[in-house]
Design a protein around this ligand. Sequence first.
Ligand code: FAD
Length: 473
Amino acid sequence: MTAEKRFDVVVIGSGPGGYVACVRAAQLGMKTACVEKAARLGGVCLNVGCIPSKALLDSSEFYDMARRRFQEHGIRFQGLEPDLAVMMARKDTVVRELTENVQKLLERHRVLVIHGTGRLTAPNRVTVDRAPPETGSLELEARFIILATGSEPVAVPGIPLDGEFIVTSTEALSFGEVPKRLGIVGGGYIGLELGSVWNRLGSQVTVIEMLPRIAALLDSQVSRALERSLRRQGIRFFLESRVVEASVEKGEVAVRIQTKEAEERLVFDRLLVAVGRRPLTRGLGLEALGVATHSQTGHILTDSHYRTSVPGVYAIGDLIAGPMLAHKASAEAVACVEAMAGMESEVNYDAVPAVIYTWPEVAAVGKTEEELRHLGVPYCVGTYPFAGAGRARCMGETEGFVKVLSHAASGRLLGVHIIGPRASDMIAEGVLALECGAKASDIGRIMHGHPTFAEALQEAARVATACAIYGKD
Ligand code: FAD
């Protein structure tokens, strides 16, 4: 094997796990290659996930605000209408620019990008089937191999995906026209975000969810508030309901659902299946090499340094257990590479923020009230409504609240849950406070700019502090 084909690290996949691992490895002086089968770098997140969905959420939110809120601020106009083609083109530009940035970032760090499909053929060897215009295959040798191939949507028996009428999130990010009636199977964050986009643009959106509540991992008080808000915006929900069968008939999707009470038949123009994602391990050559995976979920099993059961082979991101989130993949990428280089590095899985970019936004970090009750941890709750924050009043965005959970005896912060304007940015303070082992009283005491949304977090922390001082009752 020639020296050009020999690397310190070969990373398979260029998503937020893969490309961040490449950059960190290069920064630490390792000769690095990145193998990516798609034409564009950046993975699901940049191409068909976080970024295009947020671009559409932002555009549709502006439209919705102009339609429903501007008059209250004294702004009048006529002839307001969305231009879907322009919205989609703008989204595509945002995606293109960001993926090009990843390309430049890797070039700047002298990471060799190889376009093709990679698979493990020996513990220290990756075979790449080159993508056109290249042909043939390439053998790469590496001291360390990092698997970062991400995840793919889960299909549901009885709901045959056809890419046109019955679709995944990928196609729902690029509909050519606004579907009059959009059905969504799954009330998780992807279904709710895309449901919000199309609802704002004029679709009648119906969400069918098997569990008794939407976004089931959220604190239940927050998830109930989100459901109420989305219902007010016109989204219909069938909870504790299961899709039995879906079929395309004369350009419509006929869906049979089983609710708690009865069986119903619904008809949509498009049906989005968003019931979750599973690790993308197919074709990676794991079985032949003996890389252990979880028997039920299919996740690759790793230790705390992201080492798989095969020496020299590592895995990160959506491929391994934990929340399927871009920032979690990137944090693991850094910790994985630093551990390879003998540095002390770890990811704190107790402080992973989660955000849902609906309006109002939802953001959370740490334990929910249900989890604390289940664990038997004595806790205090402090809540504060945005209606009490001056800035929220100025903007006319008073929906929602902040909820702070702290230990009843020590006052240490255990969780922060926000539903309301700019929750996605506010949660960073909660993450920092949790990471630093802060108490609710610390957040209550530090100065927050006035008037800001963050004052609601400060006030909620003060309420939780008072509970810790005076006792829960
Ligand atoms: P990926 O981003 O999936 O990247 C894997 C890469 O590996 C891909 O480019 C793929 O082409 C490549 N690949 C796969 N197999 C091979 C192979 N054999 N050879 C070569 N290359 C291969 N997360 C958030 O944190 N915030 C959000 O707002 C958010 N929104 C989302 C919205 C949607 C609609 C979706 C679907 C997901 C969203 N996510 C969000 C989740 C986020 O996209 C993933 O958690 C993240 O992309 C995982 O990163 P990764 O590096 O593990 O894998």
